[in-house]
Ligand binder design. Structure first.
Ligand SMILES: *[C@@H]1O[C@H](CO)[C@@H](O)[C@H](O)[C@H]1NC(C)=O
Ligand SMILES: *[C@@H]1O[C@H](CO)[C@@H](O)[C@H](O)[C@H]1NC(C)=O
Ligand SMILES: *[C@@H]1O[C@H](CO)[C@@H](O)[C@H](O)[C@H]1NC(C)=O
Ligand SMILES: [Fe+2]
Length: 435
């Protein structure tokens, strides 16, 4: 009986958790930076003090402040103002918590504040407790307004992650785009807390916009709903963008419309996500947002041997590539493969001057290490590929030009290892919108 029980429990976890370990030949180079210890000590705070703070964009003119408290009675209010020490305005929001088998989370607060001025630093305090923080709002909307994005994927929480975050922080970006696989909690919920503490010093003053990866799913059929921790902790502006799921949404900043797509929820042509995407794309006005970029987790163009042939890549590409192509999407970022790969404009596996530039940036630094094994023949669409930890900078200079660069972590300093100018498709008459 005892043996049968053990075997059943084993089977259950093997079945549901099978997707969590990728079974790939990951190699993790040694690192000599170790700041994780500092984070854990920072976690010793009073039960009312804000913990794991992050901010995000929440519709035109609004931002959301999210944080956790151990104390359930802390009000979900944010006091804020443009002068330090004079937090004269107050906004209220909501808080929730969740249970994951035996783990009980703290109270997660989400407060939307605004309307706010563009490109302005606001000072804020969470729930009436703890120190004053600040964040800076993004640049104004406008077709030729410049904006800088930091682009990361598959961060996890290792010393390599810390190295990536240090390099990201040294870049004067406006908004961070995160292609999924955040904490690598993998069912161990306290890891979501340590991840939240780790990223808070970086995400409490610049908006972080995320989409989900396979490690966010944490599915335990019949016991816990999928994406419970992720959806509770990382609430993105899906309602503001007409989506009914936190797993896909869109937002606009400066002259850029960003589609945050979901690789781990339905994406077929009959799905809610696909229907939402059609409606969202129809609303895009390229005269207002000449740039159209997409982000998702599982790459469609990938010449690494890791993660080949997965449904989330192939079936999603089969369902959505033409729709994105017809709408002249300029760039598509993905994560999942723990390496860097930049592709040329491509459509249906063929070079196409009106196609999408696909970039895999799954090299944030998680504990699974790097995917070092590439297909021996580099496909014609693959322009640059390297297995190193790092992050990207997308510097949108104006309505037609953007400078993309990839910075590797190999060294104490970030080293730029790939750089290319991009011109947007909307500006090319031969690529006139086909939808
Ligand atoms: C880490 O290693 C590099 C290369 O070996 C060295 O130059 C650097 O000083 C080391 N950094 C620390 C913090 O020990
Ligand atoms: C805003 O917060 C960041 C991060 O904590 C800090 O480095 C910066 O000095 C603050 N800015 C102002 C104007 O206080
Ligand atoms: C946009 O930026 C590029 C690169 O700096 C520049 O060559 C181009 O003239 C700019 N276009 C406009 C309309 O300012
Ligand atoms: Fe992944």
């Amino acid at each position: 009986m005892g043996l049968l029980f053990t075997v059943c429990v084993f089977c259950y976890f093997t079945l549901v958790a099978g997707g969590m370990s990728d079974g790939m030949p990951y190699v993790r180079p040694p690192s000599n930076s170790s700041k994780i210890g500092l984070l854990i000590s920072a976690a010793k705070r009073s039960s009312t003090d804000p913990d794991q703070i992050h901010v995000s964009l929440a519709g035109p003119g609004y931002m959301k402040v999210s944080w956790m408290t151990a104390d359930k009675n802390v009000p979900s209010t944010v006091q804020y103002g443009i002068q330090s020490g004079k937090l004269l305005q107050t906004a209220s929001g909501v808080s929730t918590s969740y249970r994951f088998i035996t783990y009980q989370s703290g109270q997660m607060h989400h407060v939307k504040i605004g309307p706010l001025q563009d490109s302005t630093t606001y000072f804020y305090r969470c729930g009436g407790y703890g120190p004053e923080y600040n964040f800076t709002t993004p640049p104004p909307s406008g077709p030729s307004e410049p904006v800088k994005f930091a682009v990361v994927g598959d961060l996890g929480q290792t010393d390599w992650t810390m190295s990536t975050l240090g390099h990201v922080a040294a870049y004067d970006y406006d908004v961070l785009l995160f292609a999924g696989d955040l904490s690598y909690a993998d069912y161990i919920q306290s890891r979501w807390d340590t991840f939240g503490q780790m990223m808070s010093p970086y995400a409490n003053y610049k908006p972080w916009m995320v989409t989900e990866g396979n490690h966010e799913k944490e599915s335990l059929p019949l016991l816990v709903e999928s994406f419970l921790a992720y959806n509770t902790r990382w609430e993105m502006p899906y309602k503001e963008s007409g989506s009914n799921s936190n797993l896909y949404y869109s937002f606009e900043v400066a002259g850029v419309h960003v589609l945050m797509l979901g690789s781990y929820t339905d994406f077929d042509t009959e799905s809610e996500q696909y229907k939402w995407l059609q409606v969202d794309l129809a609303k895009v006005n390229r005269a207002k947002t000449p740039w159209l970029i997409a982000m998702l987790h599982a790459p469609w163009y990938n010449s690494n041997t890791a993660h080949q042939g997965e449904d989330e890549s192939e079936d999603m590409m089969a369902a959505m590539e033409t729709l994105l192509y017809q709408n002249n999407v300029d760039l598509l970022f993905a994560g999942h493969v723990h390496a860097y790969e930049r592709n040329l404009r491509v459509y249906k596996k063929k070079l196409d001057e009106c196609g999408i530039v696909h970039i895999t940036i799954g090299d944030g630094g998680n504990r699974e290490g790097l995917a070092t094994d590439w297909k021996s023949t580099q496909p014609a669409w693959s322009a640059k590929r390297e297995s190193s930890f790092g992050f990207g900078q997308l510097n949108v200079v104006n309505g037609t030009h953007a400078l993309w660069s990839w910075h590797r972590n190999q060294d104490v300093e970030a080293v730029m290892a790939d750089e290319v100018w991009m011109t947007n498709l909307n500006a090319k008459p031969e690529c006139a919108r086909k939808a």
